[in-house]
Design a protein around this ligand. Structure first.
Ligand SMILES: Cc1ncc(COP(=O)(O)O)c(C=O)c1O
Length: 390
């Protein structure tokens, strides 16, 4: 039975293989510290849990949501976007509810990319961008994001022959996995180029609320003219510790939003409306609940920076955003070998930089998904493995 070229082009999704490896380690009696996925160990807001419990009793919410879903969820999203960023979106035509932002990020490519087209993707980067591109049979143009450009995609370095064919540009700041942030002046340049060339700008803002030390992440719509070309993705996953709930949205240019909604109308029949009810409750708890949650991540970040430094890793500065530390490895230590040995010999799960693209080689990522004490213990074990490479 022959598979397709687009299927064969998909690489291994390393993070998806970790749960089974983790089970095997635990079965062997290993004390596992899992800092792999961006998947918090902390509870969702009580208001969201309560709303879901109540909504589960309502048979009307057990029916298909279709693309429309609960109009009240769309309205809650639009109200939050206005409170948070000061930008207004029409709840019906400029917002699309998503079953987690991953599916939307990937499915959007089905509307805009086809064989012969190029799609610009940060490397390393969240793999849904690559997945959507490859499944659309378009050509990924992987731009290596490194300290040289402050982990920004420098569009001036991309050849005109590629830009001529580019239909989509994926950008994600605050960034997974590097934790980099983007200055507004940079985003202005990006929007300018996308408008000039008619490129759809896909701005992944999944970490907009996970920021520290007074830093406030912008929306791409803070840039004048962004509405002509951009769609911005948001998710409850990270902000509210609700990864498994699959509740997210995209907002922006109504043509782009409408195109994504149309693709989705053939692929899903909407999200569980009880989860949308819970999403409304989560958004309503933003002001009261989110700062305390972010503070927990700030403490973990500080613990991680201190502990990894103390164990021989070179961390230039504490990240201002996201739930990740992007840790450089000394030259000659391959990230996959480091990851594998740290996991098998010491029971610590981190993500090899190269698992998110060849551009991530020379780094590994830890997620702040354990207590400061456990993160410190993980750093100690990682230091031991690092020593053995020297
Ligand atoms: C950059 C980025 N975008 C999007 C997502 C997807 O989040 P979700 O599908 O849970 O909304 C993730 C999850 O790790 C991510 O890191």
């Amino acid at each position: 039975m022959r598979t397709t070229r687009r299927f064969d082009a998909l690489p291994v999704y390393l993070l998806a293989t970790i749960p089974q490896k983790k089970r095997d380690l635990i079965a062997r009696g290993v004390d596992v510290i899992d800092l792999g996925a961006g998947d918090a160990d902390l509870p969702a807001p009580p208001a969201a849990v309560e709303a879901l419990a109540q909504a589960a009793h309502d048979p009307a919410l057990s029916r298909y949501g279709f693309g429309l879903g609960l109009p009240a969820f769309r309205e809650a999203v639009a109200a939050w976007m206005e409170t948070r960023f000061g930008h207004r979106f029409d709840p019906l035509t400029e917002v699309v509810p998503l079953i987690g932002s991953k599916e939307g990020l990937a499915h959007l490519a089905f509307a805009y990319a086809q064989p012969g087209d190029a799609v610009i993707i940060p490397d390393p980067g969240y793999l849904a961008y690559l997945g959507g591109t490859l499944l659309s049979e378009a050509e990924p143009y992987l731009y290596p994001i490194t300290p040289r450009t402050n982990f920004l995609v420098d569009l001036e370095e991309i050849p005109a022959s590629v830009l001529d064919r580019t239909r989509l540009l994926y950008l994600n700041y605050p960034n997974n996995p590097t934790a980099a942030i983007a200055p507004l002046a940079y985003l202005e340049k990006v929007v300018h180029l996308c408008r000039q060339r008619g490129i759809v700008l896909v701005y992944d803002n999944a970490y907009s609320e996970m920021t520290f030390d007074g830093y406030v992440a912008p929306s791409i719509f803070d840039v004048p003219g962004a509405r002509d070309v951009a769609i911005e993705f948001h998710s409850l996953s990270k902000t509210y510790n609700m990864t498994g709930w699959r509740c997210a949205w995209a907002a922006g240019n109504p043509t782009i939003v409408g195109a994504l909604a149309k693709v989705k109308s053939f692929l899903d029949t909407g999200q569980f409306m009880a989860v949308q009810r819970a999403g409304i409750a989560a958004l309503a708890s933003w002001k009261d609940w989110v700062p305390g949650n972010v503070e927990i991540f700030r403490q973990r970040r500080d613990a991680a920076v201190a502990a990894f430094r103390a164990n021989g890793f070179e961390i230039a500065e504490a990240p201002k955003a996201s739930m990740y530390l992007w840790v450089p490895l000394p030259a000659g230590v391959p990230s996959m070998a480091f990851h594998e040995r740290l996991m098998q010999e010491e029971g610590v799960i981190v993500l090899a930089g190269s698992a998110l693209g060849a551009g991530g080689e020379g780094f590994f990522r830890i997620s702040f998904i354990a207590s400061p004490e456990r993160i410190a213990e993980a750093a100690r074990r990682a230091g031991k493995v690092l020593q053995s490479f020297r």
